[in-house]
Design a protein around this ligand. Structure first.
Ligand code: UD1
Ligand code: CA
Length: 499
């Protein structure tokens, strides 16, 4: 049977000891995605079948990559990068070549991988290594070249001589292999190194010894960094963030002080939208065009439609803000909050699983939970939907053009009809029909002159208390005891009577 041309193998079974984490390295996130997810997405456009070698937290890694169309191969235990490829041998049987990519080097670009495959196909080489020249090559395998420029060996830092350590050309961990030449050679790998592992990098010297050519293709150093330490993870995250913001700015989004703005990989933003400093747009957030987002907003997995204005310091998750709607400052929309076009939510308003119809408003200090509110309705300051009875969440339904007075409590389940009024300060426990007025508060009693009478009474009491006491028989005045003397002795440890 004729072999298929090429497959992709992503090595993602390692633990990542240097991160000092209980979590597998490739599950750590940078730029809003797990490292391995970045790698899968980078190889996807190559169109080759994808195999991910999993081991540490195999199930979690598999759950992440399978929906992206990758298959997984279990490496258990993990005995090194060379062993990882041995384990994948069966899956790779139908293929002539493989492109191998480490799961912890998320910055590599699709074009770079495509160029590597292209170069490999065009050459006679049995393997082609993607390399880069780094200012500081510490921690990477060094590329040892022969006089003809071919790669003689890759030497891991820990086994490198002084002279080899001085080499600044390093191994990216990305390779293209002719598989037929690789398999029996992998069987010759020996764990003769500090980690007692089977190094894929040792395959290069073995190929060279057999008279096979190993070529090198240089890439931009910026695409190479792996995430072996938390400091490297932070660097990689920063690079992703900058890449993303540069793409957005190039597409017509204004971003002020971009070094303070965090935008996840999947976020989409339309042209002429403006992000103020300190904005965070996370997860699957979609922002339309001409949207303004004020300082300090954190928006996750939400849709903000064209022309909406989000004032500073709003927290919005899993919610939708319609066209031209205005939110904040200091508003909290969560779990399916929805503002129809032109609706407005002001400061200190929380909305959960609630919908404000077109042009409806809740401008101040309000909680709306499990509520559906019709168009043009006004929710007064301090309105609270009492949606939770201790056991269940109950709905509140308010019609169109209704007016809910300030300080209203709506004890759900309850319905307020279209065009109805609720008087300020009401505690509404029964539904209100359309066009009605509901008042549910104690009736006010006003006592004319009461305050004046009270003032006079208080003044009289005060002057009586201030009057000097009549002199005693001996003519002397009683002396008020000093306040201290009247105090009970402190019941401290020292003064407690011993029993
Ligand atoms: C590796 C290379 C090094 C290169 C560097 C580039 C080896 C021996 N060294 O070093 O030359 O400069 O990458 O980033 O290959 N993995 C498995 N199974 C295992 C061990 C590792 O799947 O048994 C996976 C890891 O999850 C990781 C990748 O392989 O995603 C690379 O392993 P890692 O331990 O990070 O290798 P480095 O020491 O960085
Ligand atoms: Ca690594």
């Amino acid at each position: 049977m004729a072999k298929q041309d090429i497959a992709t193998v992503i090595l993602a079974a390692g633990k990542g000891t240097r991160l000092r984490s209980r979590r597998a390295k490739v599950l750590h996130r940078a730029g809003g995605r797990a490292l391995v997810e970045h790698v899968v997405r980078a190889v996807q456009p190559l169109g080759a079948p994808i195999f991910v070698v999993v081991g540490h937290q195999a199930e979690d890694v598999a759950a992440l990559v399978r929906p992206l169309g990758a298959q997984t191969v279990l490496q258990e235990p993990q005995r090194g990068t060379g062993h990882a490829l041995q384990v994948a041998r069966k899956s790779l049987a139908p293929f002539r070549r493989a492109i191998v990519v480490p799961g912890d080097a998320p910055l590599v670009r699709t074009e770079t991988l495509a160029a590597l495959v292209e170069a490999h196909r065009a050459s006679e080489a049995a393997a082609t290594v993607l390399t880069a020249v780094l200012e500081n090559p510490a921690g990477y395998g060094r590329i040892v070249r022969g006089a003809d420029g071919a790669v003689r060996a890759i030497v891991e830092e820990k086994s490198a001589s002084e002279a080899e350590r001085a080499i600044r050309e390093i191994n990216s961990g990305v390779y293209c292999f002719d598989l037929e030449k690789l398999w029996d050679l992998l069987a010759e790998l020996r764990p003769e190194n500090v980690h007692r592992e089977l190094y894929l990098t040792d395959a290069v010297a073995l190929l060279d010894r057999r008279g096979e050519r190993v070529a090198a293709q240089q890439a931009d150093a910026a695409e190479i960094p792996g995430c072996n330490t938390r400091a490297e993870l932070a660097d990689v995250d920063r690079l992703f963030r900058r890449r993303k913001l540069e793409e957005l700015m190039a597409s017509g989004v204004t971003i002020y002080l971009p070094e303070t703005v965090v935008v996840d990989a999947e976020v989409e933003i339309g042209p002429d939208s403006i992000l103020d400093p300190g904005t965070h747009l996370l997860g699957a957030t979609r922002v339309g065009s001409d949207v303004q987002i004020g300082s300090g907003c954190v928006i996750a997995d939400s849709a903000i439609e064209d022309g909406a204005v989000i004032r500073p310091h709003c927290v919005i998750s899993q919610s939708r803000v319609g066209r031209g709607a205005v939110v904040g400052p200091f508003a909290h929309l969560r779990d399916g909050a929805e503002l129809a076009a032109g609706a407005r939510v002001g400061n200190y308003v929380e909305m959960k699983k609630s919908r404000l119809g077109e042009g409806a408003k809740a401008m101040h200090l309000t909680y709306l939970g499990d509520a559906a509110i019709g168009r043009e309705t006004n929710i007064g300051a301090g309105t609270i939907t009492c949606n939770f009875d201790g056991v269940r969440k109950n709905p509140t339904t308010i019609g169109e053009r209704a007016f809910i007075g300030s300080g209203t409590e709506l004890v759900a389940p309850v319905e307020i009809g279209d065009d109805a009024y609720v008087a300020a300060g009401s505690t509404i426990t029964e539904s209100v029909p359309p066009d009605a007025l509901a008042i549910a508060r104690a009736r006010q009693e006003t006592k004319p002159g009461w305050a004046r009478v009270r003032r006079a009474k208080l003044a009289a009491e005060k002057s009586a208390a201030a009057k000097p006491l009549p002199p005693k028989a001996n003519g002397s005045r009683p002396v008020a005891k000093p306040a201290r003397a009247q105090r009970k002795p402190k019941r401290g440890k020292s003064s407690r009577p011993v029993r």
